[in-house]
Write a protein that binds this ligand. Structure first.
Ligand code: E4P
Length: 226
C-alpha cells in the first residue's frame, strides 16, 4: 500500500521523505491555512520538488469553469500535481473534462461507495473516502473503503482508493486490510506508526547492556595487563 502525507507543512514532508516511506502528498485549504507566510502555489512548488509522487492541490471554486481554471493553473506548477476536486455534480463534470485534457484528479469528500464509483466513471484517478469524518458521525468509515476497493478491483476500474481523514494508526492497518491502494496520513499518525513502547524500551535496554559489557571488558583487560 502506498502512503501519502496529509499536510502542507514542508518540514514534516522533508522528514518523512528522509525516512523513505512517503509516496506522495495531499493538501487541502484547511492544511494550507495552518502554514503561514507563503502562497499556495509556492508551497505546492516546494512539495513537488521534495517528492516525485502525486501531490494533490485542491480547487475551491464550486462552478465547473472556476474548477477548470484553478486546476489547469495547478497542473502547470509541476508534472506530479493531481487536482483535487470535490464530489459534487459540477465536480463530476470538471473531473471528466480534466480527464479529457490529460490532467489527473483526486476526488475528495467521498462518503459512500456510490460516490466513489461515480468519481471513477468521471475519470478520477484517486478516490478519497473520508474514514475519520464518517466515524465521527457514528458510521463505519472503513465500510466505504472496503466496498469501494471491491468495486474498483471487481470491474478493474482505472482508479485507486485513497483512505483519507485518517485519525490513528489502527485506521492505517484497517485500510490496508480493507484493500485501500493508498492511505494519506497526518505526520503525527506516521510518527505513531513508528513507535511502540517495547521497541523504545528494547533500544534503551540494549544500549545499557552494551555500555555495561564494554565497561566490564575494559576492566578485565586492564586487570590482565596490570
Ligand atoms: C485528504 O485528502 C483530506 O483532505 C484529509 O484527509 C481530511 O482529513 P480530516 O477529516 O482530518 O480533515
Amino acid at each position: 500500500m502506498k502512503l501519502f502525507l496529509d499536510t502542507a507543512d514542508i518540514d514534516e514532508i522533508r522528514t518523512a521523505v528522509r525516512w523513505g516511506v512517503i509516496d506522495g502528498v495531499t493538501t487541502n485549504p484547511t492544511l494550507y491555512a495552518k502554514v503561514k507566510g507563503a502562497t499556495y502555489d509556492d508551497i505546492l512548488r516546494e512539495i513537488c520538488g521534495l517528492t516525485p509522487g502525486p501531490v494533490s492541490a485542491e480547487v475551491v471554486a464550486d462552478d465547473v469553469e472556476g474548477m477548470l481554471t484553478e486546476g489547469r493553473h495547478f497542473a502547470k506548477i509541476a508534472p506530479n500535481i493531481v487536482v483535487k476536486v470535490p464530489m459534487t455534480e459540477n465536480g463530476l463534470e470538471a473531473m471528466s473534462r480534466f480527464k479529457a485534457e490529460g490532467i489527473k484528479t483526486n476526488c475528495t469528500l467521498i462518503f459512500t461507495a456510490n460516490q466513489g464509483l461515480l468519481a471513477a466513471k468521471a475519470g478520477a484517478s484517486l478516490l478519497s473516502p473520508f474514514v475519520g469524518r464518517l466515524d465521527d458521525i457514528n458510521e463505519e468509515g472503513m465500510t466505504c473503503i472496503r466496498e469501494l476497493a471491491e468495486i474498483v478491483n471487481f470491474y478493474d476500474l482505472d482508479a485507486e482508493v485513497l483512505a483519507a481523514s485518517i485519525r490513528h494508526p489502527r485506521h492505517v492497518t484497517e485500510a490496508a486490510l480493507a484493500g485501500a491502494h493508498v492511505a494519506t496520513l497526518p505526520f503525527k499518525v506516521l510518527q505513531q506508526m513508528v513507535h511502540h513502547p517495547l521497541t523504545d524500551l528494547g533500544v534503551e535496554r540494549f544500549r545499557k547492556d552494551w555500555t555495561a559489557a564494554r565497561a566490564a571488558a575494559a576492566t578485565n583487560s586492564a586487570a590482565k595487563s596490570g
